[in-house]
Design a binder for this molecule. Structure first.
Ligand SMILES: C[S@@+](CC[C@H](N)C(=O)[O-])C[C@H]1O[C@@H](n2cnc3c(N)ncnc32)[C@H](O)[C@@H]1O
Length: 384
C-alpha cells in the first residue's frame, strides 16, 4: 500500500482531553478540523500516523481513513469490501482484527458487522494469494476500525493497534491509578513544561511524576512502546521508523532543569512508583519519599503542585476524606506560597472542604467519572 497517500486521519482521545490533543497536534505542524468530544481530524498519510503515534501524549488511537462508502445491509457491505484489494494492505501471513460500532437497522447482533468485514477481507486476500490470513480479537497486529451509521460506512486502519494510553511502563498499578494519557493531559493543562519544579504528593503508582519526567526531558511517549498497528501493514517502512525513533531519542535531554518530587503515605505505592519509573527509564529523575502529603519537601517557588487524592467513590471513607481535603487547603496556604496548586478530584462536595477560592476548574473524565482539575493560586504574602 502507498504509505504516502493522503487521507483523513481521525485522532481519538478520552472525553475532556480534546483541547490538549489539539494543542499537541498543532504543535507538530498539523491543521486540525472537526474537533468533537473525543477526537479531531487532520489530513495526512501513514507516515504522518507514524509521527503522531510516536509523539502524542494525550491521544488514544490514530486512525487512517481507508475507505468511506455507503451500504444498506450486510450483503452490500460484503460485496463492496470483498471487491477492494486487501492483499495490498494485509499480508496473507499476517493476523488482523476488526473493531466495529454499528447503528444500522439490519444489525441485530453486535459482533455481526466485525464478522462480515473479516469475511470479506479474508476472501479478498485468499482470492489473490490463495491463502487466508488469520483473524481474531487480539490487537497486537493489524487493527481495523469499522463504523456504520445508517447507510454511511467508514473503515479505518488503526495505526496505533493497542491504545496509546498503554505505554507499557505501569507494571505495578497500585490503587486507583490514573490513565497515562489523562495524567499527561492534566499536566499539560496545569501548564507543566519542565521549566519549574513539580511536586506530586499522593503520587500512588507514579503516573503523574513519570509523565512529567517524560515531558520535562522532551522524551516522546511513543519511544516506550515497540509495537504499533502500522508496523504490521504491507509496505511498512522499517528504516524510516527506526530513523524517526533515533531522531526522537536524540531530541530527548538527559537531565531535568527543575526537580520532580513524588511522595505517598503508603510505602507500597512508592515501591510501585519507583519500579514503574524504572521501566519508563526515568527513575533517576524523580525524588521519591514516603510521607504524609503535608510533609513533602517544597522547592523554592515558583512551582506546580498537583495532588490526586482519593475521592470517595472507589477508595476512601468520606468522613476521613473531608478532613484530608481540609488539610490540603491548610497545606497550600502554609507551605506552598508562590505555587500554582492543583487538585484532581471527582468529588466536588469534598473539594469544598479545601476552603480556598479556585482560579480555574477544568473538566475531565477518569473512566466514566466526571472529574475536575481545580487550580488555586497561592500568593506570597497577601494578595494585592
Ligand atoms: C487516587 S490515588 C493516586 C493515584 C495516582 N495518581 C496514580 O496514577 O497511581 C491516591 C493516593 O493518595 C495516597 N494518600 C492518601 N492519603 C494520603 C496522605 N495523607 N498523605 C500522602 N498520601 C496519601 C494513597 O496512598 C494513594 O496512593
Amino acid at each position: 500500500m502507498n504509505i504516502n497517500k493522503e487521507s483523513t486521519i481521525l485522532i481519538t482521545c478520552s472525553p475532556g482531553l480534546v483541547e490538549c490533543l489539539q494543542t499537541e497536534v498543532e504543535a507538530l505542524g498539523y491543521k486540525t478540523f472537526n474537533p468533537h468530544k473525543a477526537g479531531l481530524e487532520i489530513k495526512g498519510t501513514i507516515v504522518d500516523c507514524m509521527k503522531l503515534n510516536l509523539n502524542l501524549r494525550t491521544a488514544f488511537n490514530v486512525l487512517y481513513l481507508f475507505k468511506e462508502f455507503q451500504s444498506k445491509n450486510p450483503d452490500q457491505l460484503y460485496r463492496y469490501l470483498v471487491s477492494l484489494n486487501w492483499a495490498d494492505v494485509i499480508s496473507e501471513d499476517e493476523y488482523f482484527t476488526v473493531v466495529s460500532r454499528a447503528d444500522n437497522p439490519s444489525v441485530k447482533h453486535t459482533m455481526f458487522p466485525s464478522m462480515k468485514v473479516k469475511d470479506a477481507i479474508v476472501d479478498s486476500i485468499a482470492k489473490v494469494k490463495g491463502k487466508r490470513p488469520d483473524s481474531g480479537s487480539e490487537r497486537n497486529n493489524v487493527v481495523l476500525n469499522f463504523y456504520w451509521k445508517d447507510k454511511n460506512c467508514w473503515i479505518y486502519i488503526n495505526t496505533s493497534g493497542n491504545k496509546l494510553a498503554d505505554r507499557g511502563y505501569r507494571k505495578m498499578p497500585h490503587a486507583a491509578p490514573m490513565q497515562e494519557t489523562l495524567a499527561a493531559g492534566v499536566l499539560l493543562t496545569a501548564g507543566y513544561d519542565g521549566s519549574m519544579p513539580l511536586v506530586c504528593p499522593m503520587c500512588g503508582s507514579g503516573t503523574l511524576a513519570i509523565e512529567a519526567a517524560l515531558i520535562s526531558i522532551n522524551k516522546s511517549a511513543g519511544l516506550l512502546r515497540s509495537n504499533y498497528g502500522f508496523a504490521h501493514l504491507k509496505d511498512f517502512d522499517k528504516a524510516l521508523w527506526q530513523k524517526m525513533r533515533k531522531d526522537a531519542l536524540k531530541a530527548a535531554k538527559k537531565t531535568l532543569a527543575f526537580p520532580i518530587i513524588a511522595t505517598d503515605i503508603d510505602e507500597q505505592a512508592i515501591v510501585a512508583a519507583k519500579q514503574n519509573a524504572k521501566t519508563a527509564g526515568v527513575d533517576h529523575l524523580i525524588e521519591f519519599a514516603v510521607c504524609d502529603f503535608a510533609e513533602t519537601k517544597i522547592p523554592q517557588a515558583p512551582g506546580i503542585i498537583l495532588l490526586n487524592p482519593e475521592y470517595g467513590r472507589r477508595l476512601g471513607d468520606t468522613t476521613e476524606l473531608e478532613e484530608t481535603y481540609k488539610r490540603m487547603g491548610d497545606f497550600f496556604k502554609q507551605k506552598c506560597a508562590g505555587y500554582a496548586a492543583h487538585i484532581f478530584t471527582g468529588n466536588m462536595n469534598l473539594a469544598k472542604k479545601i476552603g480556598l477560592r479556585t482560579s480555574r476548574k477544568t473538566p475531565f473524565f477518569n473512566g466514566t467519572i466526571e472529574c475536575r482539575l481545580l487550580k488555586y493560586d497561592i500568593y506570597e504574602g497577601s494578595k494585592k
